[in-house]
Design a protein around this ligand. Structure first.
Ligand code: UT7
Length: 322
């Protein structure tokens, strides 16, 4: 059967890396509070020349090189972001231009921290339907630009960055073949007010800043992530025992621990980068994936489960044979 197979990963981070101690010089917080409550130690913050599109293009170039694919062979770009360079055109078309691709399908997906999972399902569906053969799926964010730097409850949590995959149509064995095996997505707009941005083109005419009721988001995250992960495994005919690696959205180390405990999954199977990158929203899953591929943890043939939850609420998971 034809499946969408991940053939390369890449990532990009802004040059400037900011420690908790450096943040504590301007925000009423401490390294101790941030590490204990979140596990975060560092985040990267974009400089004036670094944008969602430039970071996304750099991550894409690294993924193309890893896959051994040239940019003109890409026929689809799906870019997940909540922080586009401009309201329009899409950041996907900006990445397309930066990569020197003259013609392909390119668009953005907005599902905040779950955006990469939404983008993977879109690309997987288009590849299996035959409307794309070789896609770039990118998560890229510059959340530093929509943070309220006077709100210590949110500004310490987020960072900037980008991750990308090349995903291609390949013949795959039904039982043991490589590729995206199953995806599951959800949204529940009743929770808009727990995590949102207080502005937008059609309301205030401004970009707005991130607002979050952290404790409530935390509670929903653990339940939703454990449920969607089990649902996705069941759809692929697999169980928690089959998992080699979980690559979760990196919001809070305590959410990662609590979700793993709820599933009966060993902490040694969870890829954790939140300490180094903080929460990079739609970029966090592909950034963590690329980290674990490049350091040799994730190998060809491994069963990898990607999962995320974010504003909306939105949440989702994907089971992938690497
Ligand atoms: O990416 C989308 C998904 N997002 C998430 O999953 C985020 C989920 N939520 C969380 O990760 C956690 O709820 C937070 C890390 C945001 C907060 O942790 P918490 O343990 O839920 O703390 P809290 O919000 O209940 O605040 C506890 C205390 C408060 O002080 P009082 O009222 O107890 O005196 C806060 O004012 O910690 C205080 N506080 C801080 N203190 C030092 C809040 N932020 C800070 C800070 N530094 N940065």
């Amino acid at each position: 059967m034809i499946r969408a197979v991940i053939t390369g990963t890449g990532s990009a981070l802004p040059a400037r890396r900011v420690s908790n101690a450096e943040l504590a010089e301007t925000v009423d917080t401490s390294d101790e509070w941030i590490v204990e409550r979140t596990g975060i130690r560092f985040r990267h913050i974009a400089g004036p020349e670094e944008t969602t599109a430039t970071l996304g293009a750099d991550a894409a170039k690294a993924a193309l090189a890893a896959a051994g694919v040239v940019a003109r062979d890409i026929d689809l770009i799906v870019l997940a972001t909540a922080t586009p360079d401009q309201t329009f055109p899409s950041s996907a078309t900006k990445v397309q231009h930066l990569l020197g691709i003259d013609d392909c399908v390119a668009f953005d997906v907005a599902a905040v921290c779950s955006g990469f999972l939404y983008a993977v399902q879109v690309a997987d569906s288009m590849i299996r339907a035959g409307s794309a053969r070789r896609a770039l799926v990118i998560g890229s964010e510059t959340f530093s630009r929509i943070l309220d730097w006077e709100d210590r409850a949110t500004c310490v949590l987020f960072g900037d960055g980008a991750g990308a995959i090349v995903i291609e149509a390949q013949e795959s064995d039904v039982q043991h073949g490589r590729g995206v095996l199953a995806t599951r997505l959800h949204a529940d707009g009743r929770h808009n007010e727990l995590l949102y941005v207080d502005g937008g083109p059609s309301t205030t005419g401004t970009v707005g800043k991130v607002r979050m009721r952290g404790r409530e988001v935390f509670r929903h995250a653990v339940v939703n992530l454990a449920t969607v992960l089990e649902e996705t495994l069941a759809a692929a005919g697999l169980s928690v025992a089959d998992i080699d690696w979980v690559v979760p959205h990196q919001a809070n180390a305590r959410i990662l621990d609590a979700t793993a405990r709820k599933l009966g999954l060993g902490a040694d199977k969870v890829v954790v980068t939140v300490d180094q990158h903080a929460n990079t929203s739609a970029a966090s899953v592909p950034l963590a994936l690329d980290t674990a591929v490049r350091d040799g943890r994730i190998e060809q043939g491994d069963l990898v489960v990607l999962e995320a939850m974010g504003g909306g609420f939105t949440w989702g998971a994907a089971a992938v044979r690497f």
